[in-house]
Design a protein. Structure first.
Length: 137
């Protein structure tokens, strides 16, 4: 590798780290709440007293296995994904919510997805702020 290529690779690595840091620090739970109310609340509930609705309640989503909310009837695709050890976290949520049908073909979630990375990060910041009992962390 030439010295010029090494500088380019180093600069690209630093730029990638800065970009990733900005996205993670820029997440805004208040904006995520608005996104939830406009895009997710049609089917999901979260917070104190939340129950399954069209989709499962989303309390305690961070660290929860997929297809594990008691009393909700999950698709065969979600049940199969559970067998792989899939757990909700910032990364798995980001991939899924970009295009749910692409990430898990056959899921019941008929939602076109959220293409903007900043909105996905904001939404995750909001969802992951709830404990399993619906209280805030």
């Amino acid at each position: 590798m030439t010295p010029r290529n090494m500088i380019f690779v180093a600069a690209a690595s630093v730029a990638a780290m800065i970009g990733a840091t900005q996205v993670s620090f820029a997440a805004d739970a208040a904006k995520g709440k608005t996104i939830f109310e406009h895009k997710c609340h049609v089917c999901h509930r979260i917070g104190p007293g939340a129950t399954n609705f069209v989709g499962p309640d989303l309390n305690g989503l961070d660290g929860r296995a997929i297809a594990s909310e008691p009393g909700y009837s999950y698709s065969d695709a979600d049940q199969a994904k559970k067998k792989t050890g899939f757990v909700w976290n910032a990364k798995t949520f980001d991939t899924y919510i970009t295009n749910p049908q692409k990430d898990i073909p056959g899921t019941k979630m008929v939602f076109p997805g959220i293409p903007q990375a900043s909105q996905r990060a904001d939404l995750w910041a909001y969802l992951s702020s709830f404990k399993a009992d619906g209280s805030k962390k």
